[in-house]
Design a protein around this ligand. Structure first.
Ligand code: G3H
Ligand code: 13P
Ligand code: ZN
Length: 332
């Protein structure tokens, strides 16, 4: 049993309280490799932003859960080396799918876990989330639950349509489970293709697709039920069109990729939404930079020569999110 506190990590409790009170959101960035992790830590250290490092099931399969945990421990030391005296870094399991997965992450030093029972019948979601909370709280590990279903893929679970969170269920869920934060569904979804062209309108000036707005009325109704309770938004990539254009310019084929407009995420960050999950945007930033090097410097074969620019581009993206969208700079 390794306690995250011995690794210099923190849980989400204080962080979320300050974010809700201060009207900003904490970035939750997924990582799968060293370059992503370096870019996240450089961006957080430079902006003095608290940060949540997320490990998905896909990441655990790709990079190995143990290795990722040690990388996060290294990230705390790296942040200090960068001049961040007291790094506020959370190591979080993203979309935990069973009690066993959550337990295994808690036992090896994660400071926060998500148990995603959103696809289960309500009472089963309650029972599973409660079981994880009871285990996690013994070690002061915080737990994110989820109510409502996002469209798209949530690890193995995929849904054709989103089912918004029912505001009338949230008090019962939070009370019965004891979870520390709640992921909700208000129209976001995972991946780089969040809406079909049919769901969007066309901006005649730019020729770009404009997605439908998030259900802020549902968010307001949830906040009314749970005043001050930490709310989480998954599927919150904005799918920057300049990155999509770069990818397509240099041989990519991303058609009709569309995300959540930044002004909507800015608005959400000022509410009880205190954690915003971003993965796809980082993938786009990385791919755009790599494609550009491959196209312009075809004789290059030193991975540092294309992963370096990819890292720079991701760092720029993370700093932009922190300062211009979530407002979490200078909060750690
Ligand atoms: O929630 C989904 C995340 O973007 C993680 O995706 O399982 O492909 O790593 P992944
Ligand atoms: P995006 O695919 O919009 O980046 O969402 C990531 C996410 O929700 C991870 O849990
Ligand atoms: Zn998610």
């Amino acid at each position: 049993m390794i306690n995250y506190k011995d690794l210099g990590l923190v849980n989400t409790r204080e962080m979320f309280k300050k974010a809700v009170d201060g009207g900003y959101a904490i970035p939750a960035f997924n990582f799968n490799n060293m370059e992503q992790l370096q870019a996240i830590i450089m961006a957080a250290a430079e902006t003095k932003s608290p940060v949540i490092l997320q490990v998905s099931k896909g990441a655990r399969q790709y990079a190995n859960q143990t290795l990722l945990r040690y990388m996060a421990e290294g990230a705390v030391e790296y942040a200090k080396e960068l001049g961040w005296e007291k790094p506020q870094i959370v190591l979080h399991l993203d979309h935990g799918d069973s009690f066993e997965t959550c337990k295994s992450c808690i036992d090896m030093g994660f400071s926060s876990v998500m148990i995603d029972g959103s696809h289960l019948p309500y009472e089963e979601n309650v029972a599973l989330t409660k079981k994880v909370v009871e285990y996690a709280h013994q070690f002061d590990v915080t737990v994110e639950g989820e109510l409502g279903v996002l469209a798209g893929v949530e690890d193995e679970v995929s849904a054709e349509e989103s089912h918004y969170t029912k505001p009338e269920e949230v008090v019962d869920f939070v009370t019965k489970t004891g979870c520390d934060s709640l992921a909700i569904s208000i129209g976001t979804s995972h991946g780089a293709f969040k809406f079909t062209p049919e769901q969007c309108t066309l901006d005649p000036q730019s020729g770009r697709l404009v997605p439908p707005p998030l259900a802020f009325d549902v968010l307001a109704a949830i906040e009314e039920q749970l005043p001050g309770f930490p709310i989480v938004l998954h599927g919150s990539s904005s799918v920057p069109q300049d990155e999509v254009d770069t990818i397509n310019k240099y041989g990519g084929a991303l058609k009709a990729a569309v995300g959540i407009p930044e002004e909507q995420l800015r608005k959400a960050s000022q509410s009880a939404v205190c954690k915003i999950n971003i993965d796809s945007d980082s993938r786009l930033a990385m791919t755009a930079a790599v494609r550009e090097v491959f196209a312009n410097k075809p004789a290059e074969f030193d991975p540092r020569k294309y992963l370096g620019p990819a890292r720079d581009n991701m760092k720029k993206l993370y700093i932009h999110k922190i300062k211009e969208v979530l407002g979490s700079d200078n909060k750690a």
